[in-house]
Design a protein around this ligand. Sequence first.
Ligand SMILES: Nc1ncnc2c1ncn2[C@@H]1O[C@H](COP(=O)(O)OP(=O)(O)OP(=O)(O)O)[C@@H](O)[C@H]1O
Ligand SMILES: O=P(O)(O)O[C@H]1[C@H](O)[C@H](O)[C@H](OP(=O)(O)O)[C@@H](OP(=O)(O)O)[C@@H]1O
Ligand SMILES: [Mg+2]
Ligand SMILES: [Mg+2]
Length: 364
Amino acid sequence: MPQEQASQTQTHDDERYIIGYAMEPKKIQNLLKPSLIEHARKHGIDLIPIDINKPLIQQHPNLHFHCIIQKLQPKHWDNLNLHQYMSKHGTTTTIIDPPHLVRKLQNRVSMLEFASNLPLSVQNATVGVPYQAVIDIHKTSGDDFEEMVTDSNLRFPVIAKPLYADGTMKSHELCLVFDREGLRETLNKNAAAGSTTTPVVLQEFVNHGGVVFKVYVAGEHVRCVKRRSLPDIPEEKAETLKGTLKFSQISNFTVQDDNGAKSNAGHNGDGANHLSNIERAEMPEENLIKELARALRERTGLNMFNVDVIRDAKDCTRYLVIDINYFPGYAKLPCYEPFITDFLLDCVRNKPAFVCEENQGMNE
Ligand SMILES: Nc1ncnc2c1ncn2[C@@H]1O[C@H](COP(=O)(O)OP(=O)(O)OP(=O)(O)O)[C@@H](O)[C@H]1O
Ligand SMILES: O=P(O)(O)O[C@H]1[C@H](O)[C@H](O)[C@H](OP(=O)(O)O)[C@@H](OP(=O)(O)O)[C@@H]1O
Ligand SMILES: [Mg+2]
Ligand SMILES: [Mg+2]
Protein backbone atom coordinates (compact mmCIF):
# COMPACT_ATOMS: atom_id res chain seq x y z
CA MET A 1 0.00 0.00 0.00
CA PRO A 2 1.54 3.40 -0.98
CA GLN A 3 1.01 4.87 2.49
CA GLU A 4 3.11 2.10 3.99
CA GLN A 5 5.91 2.75 1.52
CA ALA A 6 5.86 6.50 2.13
CA SER A 7 6.35 6.14 5.89
CA GLN A 8 9.95 6.94 6.83
CA THR A 9 9.75 5.94 10.46
CA GLN A 10 10.80 2.55 11.72
CA THR A 11 8.98 1.22 14.76
CA HIS A 12 9.89 -1.55 17.17
CA ASP A 13 7.27 -4.17 17.94
CA ASP A 14 7.25 -3.50 21.66
CA GLU A 15 6.84 0.28 21.46
CA ARG A 16 3.28 1.51 22.05
CA TYR A 17 2.19 5.08 22.55
CA ILE A 18 -1.14 6.60 23.53
CA ILE A 19 -2.05 9.86 21.83
CA GLY A 20 -5.24 11.68 22.73
CA TYR A 21 -7.07 13.88 20.27
CA ALA A 22 -9.29 16.70 21.48
CA MET A 23 -11.36 18.42 18.80
CA GLU A 24 -14.88 19.05 17.60
CA PRO A 25 -16.80 16.23 15.89
CA LYS A 26 -16.52 17.80 12.42
CA LYS A 27 -12.74 18.02 12.69
CA ILE A 28 -12.57 14.43 13.98
CA GLN A 29 -14.63 13.26 11.04
CA ASN A 30 -12.31 15.07 8.61
CA LEU A 31 -9.02 14.05 10.18
CA LEU A 32 -9.38 10.78 12.07
CA LYS A 33 -10.24 8.60 9.12
CA PRO A 34 -10.07 4.84 9.71
CA SER A 35 -7.02 4.76 7.42
CA LEU A 36 -5.12 7.09 9.78
CA ILE A 37 -6.17 5.25 12.93
CA GLU A 38 -5.07 1.97 11.36
CA HIS A 39 -1.78 3.30 9.98
CA ALA A 40 -0.90 4.84 13.35
CA ARG A 41 -1.89 1.62 15.17
CA LYS A 42 0.39 -0.44 12.96
CA HIS A 43 3.23 1.93 13.82
CA GLY A 44 2.74 1.73 17.57
CA ILE A 45 0.31 4.60 18.18
CA ASP A 46 -3.16 4.23 19.67
CA LEU A 47 -5.26 7.30 18.91
CA ILE A 48 -7.81 7.86 21.67
CA PRO A 49 -10.68 10.41 21.57
CA ILE A 50 -10.93 12.94 24.40
CA ASP A 51 -14.35 14.34 25.32
CA ILE A 52 -13.93 18.13 24.97
CA ASN A 53 -16.87 18.89 27.23
CA LYS A 54 -15.64 17.53 30.55
CA PRO A 55 -12.45 17.64 32.63
CA LEU A 56 -9.75 15.39 31.25
CA ILE A 57 -8.83 14.25 34.73
CA GLN A 58 -12.20 12.46 34.87
CA GLN A 59 -11.54 10.60 31.63
CA HIS A 60 -9.59 7.43 30.85
CA PRO A 61 -8.29 6.96 34.44
CA ASN A 62 -6.21 3.94 33.41
CA LEU A 63 -4.53 5.48 30.40
CA HIS A 64 -1.39 7.53 30.26
CA PHE A 65 -1.35 9.97 27.35
CA HIS A 66 2.12 10.39 25.92
CA CYS A 67 0.85 13.35 24.02
CA ILE A 68 -2.34 15.20 23.13
CA ILE A 69 -3.15 16.89 19.84
CA GLN A 70 -5.91 19.46 19.82
CA LYS A 71 -7.89 22.04 17.91
CA LEU A 72 -10.11 23.78 20.43
CA GLN A 73 -12.16 26.85 21.18
CA PRO A 74 -11.39 28.65 24.48
CA LYS A 75 -14.58 27.26 26.10
CA HIS A 76 -13.28 23.74 25.50
CA TRP A 77 -10.01 24.55 27.24
CA ASP A 78 -12.07 25.55 30.28
CA ASN A 79 -14.25 22.43 30.10
CA LEU A 80 -11.28 20.12 29.76
CA ASN A 81 -9.38 21.83 32.57
CA LEU A 82 -6.09 20.75 31.10
CA HIS A 83 -4.26 22.83 33.66
CA GLN A 84 -5.49 20.51 36.37
CA TYR A 85 -4.55 17.47 34.25
CA MET A 86 -1.11 18.81 33.46
CA SER A 87 -0.33 19.64 37.07
CA LYS A 88 -0.62 15.91 37.69
CA HIS A 89 0.81 14.49 34.42
CA GLY A 90 2.76 17.43 32.97
CA THR A 91 6.14 15.76 33.25
CA THR A 92 5.11 12.84 31.03
CA THR A 93 2.37 14.26 28.81
CA THR A 94 2.97 16.84 26.09
CA ILE A 95 0.26 19.07 24.67
CA ILE A 96 0.74 20.04 21.05
CA ASP A 97 0.63 23.10 20.78
CA PRO A 98 0.25 25.62 23.65
CA PRO A 99 -2.98 27.65 23.28
CA HIS A 100 -1.39 31.04 23.99
CA LEU A 101 0.76 30.48 20.89
CA VAL A 102 -2.11 29.11 18.79
CA ARG A 103 -4.09 32.25 19.65
CA LYS A 104 -1.58 34.42 17.74
CA LEU A 105 -2.73 32.72 14.54
CA GLN A 106 -6.32 33.66 15.30
CA ASN A 107 -5.69 37.30 14.53
CA ARG A 108 -4.83 38.16 10.93
CA VAL A 109 -2.42 40.90 12.02
CA SER A 110 -0.34 38.96 14.55
CA MET A 111 -0.53 35.95 12.20
CA LEU A 112 1.20 37.78 9.36
CA GLU A 113 3.74 39.43 11.67
CA PHE A 114 5.37 36.01 11.89
CA ALA A 115 5.92 36.07 8.13
CA SER A 116 7.26 39.64 7.87
CA ASN A 117 10.94 40.21 7.11
CA LEU A 118 11.81 36.55 6.93
CA PRO A 119 15.53 36.09 6.41
CA LEU A 120 15.28 33.38 3.76
CA SER A 121 17.91 32.90 1.12
CA VAL A 122 17.01 30.55 -1.67
CA GLN A 123 18.25 31.74 -5.04
CA ASN A 124 16.72 35.18 -5.58
CA ALA A 125 13.40 34.43 -3.95
CA THR A 126 11.93 36.60 -1.21
CA VAL A 127 8.99 35.81 1.07
CA GLY A 128 6.97 38.63 2.55
CA VAL A 129 3.38 39.62 3.24
CA PRO A 130 0.98 41.84 1.28
CA TYR A 131 0.45 45.34 2.56
CA GLN A 132 -2.50 45.39 4.94
CA ALA A 133 -4.20 47.77 7.35
CA VAL A 134 -6.77 47.41 10.10
CA ILE A 135 -9.43 50.03 9.62
CA ASP A 136 -11.88 51.74 11.89
CA ILE A 137 -15.15 50.13 10.90
CA HIS A 138 -17.15 53.00 12.39
CA LYS A 139 -15.77 55.61 10.01
CA THR A 140 -18.27 54.93 7.26
CA SER A 141 -19.15 58.39 6.04
CA GLY A 142 -17.99 61.87 5.07
CA ASP A 143 -14.51 63.27 5.66
CA ASP A 144 -13.69 60.67 8.30
CA PHE A 145 -14.09 57.88 5.78
CA GLU A 146 -12.16 59.69 3.01
CA GLU A 147 -9.34 60.54 5.40
CA MET A 148 -9.15 56.99 6.71
CA VAL A 149 -8.89 55.49 3.21
CA THR A 150 -6.25 58.03 2.18
CA ASP A 151 -4.26 57.49 5.39
CA SER A 152 -4.38 53.74 5.02
CA ASN A 153 -2.24 54.02 1.85
CA LEU A 154 -4.09 51.08 0.33
CA ARG A 155 -4.47 50.60 -3.40
CA PHE A 156 -7.65 48.99 -4.72
CA PRO A 157 -8.59 46.24 -5.23
CA VAL A 158 -8.27 45.03 -1.65
CA ILE A 159 -9.60 42.00 0.19
CA ALA A 160 -11.59 42.72 3.35
CA LYS A 161 -10.97 39.93 5.87
CA PRO A 162 -12.41 39.58 9.36
CA LEU A 163 -9.58 40.39 11.78
CA TYR A 164 -10.26 37.30 13.87
CA ALA A 165 -9.62 33.95 12.19
CA ASP A 166 -11.12 32.07 15.08
CA GLY A 167 -12.49 28.97 13.39
CA THR A 168 -16.02 30.31 12.86
CA MET A 169 -17.68 30.32 9.44
CA LYS A 170 -17.92 34.12 9.70
CA SER A 171 -14.14 34.37 9.96
CA HIS A 172 -13.89 32.94 6.42
CA GLU A 173 -16.36 35.44 4.87
CA LEU A 174 -14.11 37.60 2.72
CA CYS A 175 -14.88 40.33 0.25
CA LEU A 176 -13.02 41.65 -2.76
CA VAL A 177 -13.44 45.43 -2.73
CA PHE A 178 -12.83 47.31 -5.95
CA ASP A 179 -13.22 50.96 -4.98
CA ARG A 180 -14.01 53.44 -2.20
CA GLU A 181 -17.75 53.08 -2.69
CA GLY A 182 -17.41 49.33 -2.39
CA LEU A 183 -15.50 49.77 0.84
CA ARG A 184 -18.09 52.15 2.25
CA GLU A 185 -20.80 49.62 1.36
CA THR A 186 -18.88 46.80 3.10
CA LEU A 187 -18.39 48.88 6.24
CA ASN A 188 -22.04 49.95 6.30
CA LYS A 189 -23.17 46.32 6.05
CA ASN A 190 -20.79 45.38 8.82
CA ALA A 191 -22.10 48.24 11.01
CA ALA A 192 -25.69 47.13 10.32
CA ALA A 193 -24.80 43.72 11.76
CA GLY A 194 -24.86 45.41 15.21
CA SER A 195 -23.63 43.09 17.92
CA THR A 196 -21.95 40.79 15.40
CA THR A 197 -19.87 43.62 13.91
CA THR A 198 -16.28 42.50 13.53
CA PRO A 199 -13.06 44.43 12.99
CA VAL A 200 -11.78 44.21 9.42
CA VAL A 201 -8.34 43.95 7.86
CA LEU A 202 -7.92 45.30 4.35
CA GLN A 203 -5.23 43.47 2.42
CA GLU A 204 -3.96 44.42 -1.01
CA PHE A 205 -5.02 42.00 -3.68
CA VAL A 206 -1.97 40.72 -5.55
CA ASN A 207 -2.27 39.09 -8.98
CA HIS A 208 -0.76 35.61 -8.68
CA GLY A 209 -1.93 33.46 -11.59
CA GLY A 210 -4.94 32.00 -9.80
CA VAL A 211 -2.91 29.49 -7.79
CA VAL A 212 -2.25 29.34 -4.07
CA PHE A 213 0.47 27.11 -2.60
CA LYS A 214 -0.54 25.47 0.66
CA VAL A 215 2.45 24.47 2.74
CA TYR A 216 1.51 21.89 5.36
CA VAL A 217 3.76 21.63 8.39
CA ALA A 218 3.75 18.95 11.08
CA GLY A 219 6.95 19.40 13.04
CA GLU A 220 9.84 18.67 10.70
CA HIS A 221 7.54 17.21 8.07
CA VAL A 222 6.59 19.58 5.28
CA ARG A 223 4.48 19.18 2.13
CA CYS A 224 3.36 21.74 -0.43
CA VAL A 225 0.30 21.44 -2.71
CA LYS A 226 -1.37 23.70 -5.24
CA ARG A 227 -4.95 24.90 -4.89
CA ARG A 228 -7.40 27.06 -6.79
CA SER A 229 -7.36 30.76 -5.98
CA LEU A 230 -8.95 34.00 -7.18
CA PRO A 231 -8.19 34.76 -10.84
CA ASP A 232 -5.97 37.70 -11.74
CA ILE A 233 -7.51 41.10 -12.32
CA PRO A 234 -5.74 42.88 -15.21
CA GLU A 235 -4.78 46.45 -14.26
CA GLU A 236 -6.92 48.07 -16.95
CA LYS A 237 -9.93 46.05 -15.77
CA ALA A 238 -9.24 46.85 -12.11
CA GLU A 239 -9.66 50.55 -12.90
CA THR A 240 -13.15 50.00 -14.24
CA LEU A 241 -14.46 47.55 -11.63
CA LYS A 242 -16.77 48.87 -8.95
CA GLY A 243 -18.36 47.63 -5.75
CA THR A 244 -17.59 44.33 -4.06
CA LEU A 245 -17.56 40.59 -4.54
CA LYS A 246 -18.10 38.29 -1.57
CA PHE A 247 -16.42 34.90 -1.41
CA SER A 248 -15.60 32.23 1.12
CA GLN A 249 -13.28 29.22 1.33
CA ILE A 250 -12.36 29.47 -2.34
CA SER A 251 -9.16 27.44 -1.86
CA ASN A 252 -10.47 24.68 0.36
CA PHE A 253 -10.94 21.98 -2.22
CA THR A 254 -8.10 19.89 -3.54
CA VAL A 255 -7.40 20.10 -7.26
CA GLN A 256 -8.76 16.55 -7.59
CA ASP A 257 -12.02 17.53 -5.82
CA ASP A 258 -12.28 20.61 -8.00
CA ASN A 259 -11.80 18.55 -11.16
CA GLY A 260 -14.46 16.08 -10.06
CA ALA A 261 -16.95 18.82 -9.19
CA LYS A 262 -16.41 20.55 -12.53
CA SER A 263 -16.79 17.40 -14.61
CA ASN A 264 -19.84 16.28 -12.62
CA ALA A 265 -21.45 19.64 -13.22
CA GLY A 266 -20.61 19.34 -16.91
CA HIS A 267 -18.56 22.57 -16.87
CA ASN A 268 -15.95 23.23 -19.48
CA GLY A 269 -14.37 26.28 -21.09
CA ASP A 270 -13.13 28.71 -18.42
CA GLY A 271 -13.27 26.18 -15.62
CA ALA A 272 -11.16 23.67 -17.48
CA ASN A 273 -8.65 26.36 -18.53
CA HIS A 274 -8.45 27.59 -14.98
CA LEU A 275 -7.67 24.14 -13.67
CA SER A 276 -5.00 23.58 -16.24
CA ASN A 277 -3.46 26.88 -15.03
CA ILE A 278 -3.13 25.26 -11.66
CA GLU A 279 -1.72 22.09 -13.08
CA ARG A 280 0.75 24.08 -15.19
CA ALA A 281 1.92 26.33 -12.37
CA GLU A 282 5.47 25.58 -11.28
CA MET A 283 5.92 24.64 -7.66
CA PRO A 284 8.14 26.88 -5.55
CA GLU A 285 11.70 25.66 -4.98
CA GLU A 286 11.66 22.83 -2.43
CA ASN A 287 14.33 24.49 -0.29
CA LEU A 288 12.33 27.66 -0.13
CA ILE A 289 9.34 25.75 1.23
CA LYS A 290 11.52 23.96 3.77
CA GLU A 291 13.17 27.19 4.92
CA LEU A 292 9.84 28.93 5.17
CA ALA A 293 8.38 26.12 7.25
CA ARG A 294 11.39 26.02 9.54
CA ALA A 295 11.43 29.78 10.03
CA LEU A 296 7.72 29.87 10.84
CA ARG A 297 8.01 26.96 13.26
CA GLU A 298 10.75 28.83 15.05
CA ARG A 299 8.91 32.13 15.09
CA THR A 300 5.49 30.79 16.06
CA GLY A 301 6.71 28.03 18.38
CA LEU A 302 4.03 25.85 16.77
CA ASN A 303 4.22 22.43 15.13
CA MET A 304 0.92 21.94 13.34
CA PHE A 305 -0.15 24.55 10.79
CA ASN A 306 -0.33 25.37 7.12
CA VAL A 307 0.71 28.49 5.27
CA ASP A 308 -1.02 29.92 2.19
CA VAL A 309 1.54 31.40 -0.16
CA ILE A 310 1.04 33.19 -3.48
CA ARG A 311 3.62 34.15 -6.13
CA ASP A 312 3.43 37.66 -7.55
CA ALA A 313 2.42 37.42 -11.23
CA LYS A 314 4.64 40.44 -11.97
CA ASP A 315 7.73 39.06 -10.26
CA CYS A 316 8.11 35.31 -10.01
CA THR A 317 10.79 35.60 -7.31
CA ARG A 318 8.37 37.39 -4.94
CA TYR A 319 6.32 35.13 -2.68
CA LEU A 320 3.72 36.41 -0.24
CA VAL A 321 2.23 34.69 2.79
CA ILE A 322 -1.47 35.53 2.93
CA ASP A 323 -2.77 33.19 5.66
CA ILE A 324 -1.59 30.76 8.34
CA ASN A 325 -4.04 28.20 9.75
CA TYR A 326 -3.62 26.21 12.93
CA PHE A 327 -4.22 22.46 12.54
CA PRO A 328 -5.47 22.56 8.94
CA GLY A 329 -7.18 19.83 6.95
CA TYR A 330 -4.22 17.44 6.70
CA ALA A 331 -6.48 14.70 5.35
CA LYS A 332 -6.66 16.63 2.07
CA LEU A 333 -3.00 15.73 1.47
CA PRO A 334 -2.37 12.57 -0.52
CA CYS A 335 -0.93 9.92 1.83
CA TYR A 336 -1.56 12.04 4.92
CA GLU A 337 -1.53 8.94 7.12
CA PRO A 338 2.26 8.43 7.18
CA PHE A 339 2.76 12.21 7.25
CA ILE A 340 0.83 12.54 10.51
CA THR A 341 2.02 9.25 11.98
CA ASP A 342 5.69 10.07 11.43
CA PHE A 343 5.19 13.42 13.10
CA LEU A 344 3.42 11.83 16.07
CA LEU A 345 6.22 9.30 16.45
CA ASP A 346 8.71 12.17 16.53
CA CYS A 347 6.64 13.80 19.27
CA VAL A 348 6.35 10.77 21.51
CA ARG A 349 10.00 9.92 21.11
CA ASN A 350 10.66 13.37 22.46
CA LYS A 351 12.89 14.64 19.73
CA PRO A 352 13.82 17.90 21.44
CA ALA A 353 12.88 20.06 18.46
CA PHE A 354 9.27 18.94 18.67
CA VAL A 355 8.47 19.27 22.33
CA CYS A 356 6.62 22.46 23.03
CA GLU A 357 8.02 24.64 25.75
CA GLU A 358 6.87 22.82 28.89
CA ASN A 359 3.25 23.33 27.83
CA GLN A 360 3.50 26.82 29.22
CA GLY A 361 0.53 29.13 29.08
CA MET A 362 -1.82 26.21 28.77
CA ASN A 363 -4.87 27.76 30.25
CA GLU A 364 -4.12 31.37 29.45
N1 LIG B 1 -3.80 39.35 -0.69
C1 LIG B 1 -4.35 38.47 -1.52
N2 LIG B 1 -4.16 38.59 -2.86
C2 LIG B 1 -4.73 37.71 -3.71
N3 LIG B 1 -5.53 36.69 -3.34
C3 LIG B 1 -5.75 36.53 -2.02
C4 LIG B 1 -5.18 37.40 -1.05
N4 LIG B 1 -5.60 37.02 0.15
C5 LIG B 1 -6.39 35.96 -0.04
N5 LIG B 1 -6.49 35.65 -1.34
C6 LIG B 1 -7.31 34.56 -1.91
O1 LIG B 1 -8.41 34.35 -1.03
C7 LIG B 1 -8.34 33.02 -0.45
C8 LIG B 1 -8.81 33.08 0.98
O2 LIG B 1 -8.04 33.99 1.73
P1 LIG B 1 -7.48 33.58 3.16
O3 LIG B 1 -6.62 32.41 2.98
O4 LIG B 1 -6.88 34.78 3.78
O5 LIG B 1 -8.85 33.22 3.90
P2 LIG B 1 -9.21 32.10 4.96
O6 LIG B 1 -10.67 32.11 5.10
O7 LIG B 1 -8.39 32.33 6.18
O8 LIG B 1 -8.74 30.76 4.23
P3 LIG B 1 -8.56 29.29 4.86
O9 LIG B 1 -9.73 28.53 4.42
O10 LIG B 1 -7.26 28.84 4.25
O11 LIG B 1 -8.44 29.49 6.33
C9 LIG B 1 -6.88 32.61 -0.62
O12 LIG B 1 -6.73 31.21 -0.63
C10 LIG B 1 -6.57 33.23 -1.96
O13 LIG B 1 -7.16 32.46 -2.98
O1 LIG C 1 -9.81 27.21 11.87
P1 LIG C 1 -10.81 26.73 10.91
O2 LIG C 1 -11.54 25.46 11.31
O3 LIG C 1 -11.67 27.78 10.38
O4 LIG C 1 -9.79 26.25 9.87
C1 LIG C 1 -9.87 25.76 8.56
C2 LIG C 1 -8.66 26.37 7.89
O5 LIG C 1 -8.92 27.68 7.75
C3 LIG C 1 -8.33 25.74 6.58
O6 LIG C 1 -9.22 26.22 5.65
C4 LIG C 1 -8.42 24.24 6.57
O7 LIG C 1 -8.33 23.72 5.30
P2 LIG C 1 -7.05 23.60 4.41
O8 LIG C 1 -6.24 24.85 4.56
O9 LIG C 1 -7.70 23.47 3.10
O10 LIG C 1 -6.31 22.37 4.83
C5 LIG C 1 -9.69 23.72 7.20
O11 LIG C 1 -9.63 22.33 7.17
P3 LIG C 1 -10.78 21.25 7.38
O12 LIG C 1 -10.50 20.24 6.33
O13 LIG C 1 -10.50 20.81 8.75
O14 LIG C 1 -12.09 21.96 7.25
C6 LIG C 1 -9.76 24.26 8.58
O15 LIG C 1 -10.72 23.68 9.38
MG1 LIG D 1 -6.36 30.54 3.54
MG1 LIG E 1 -7.30 30.90 7.21
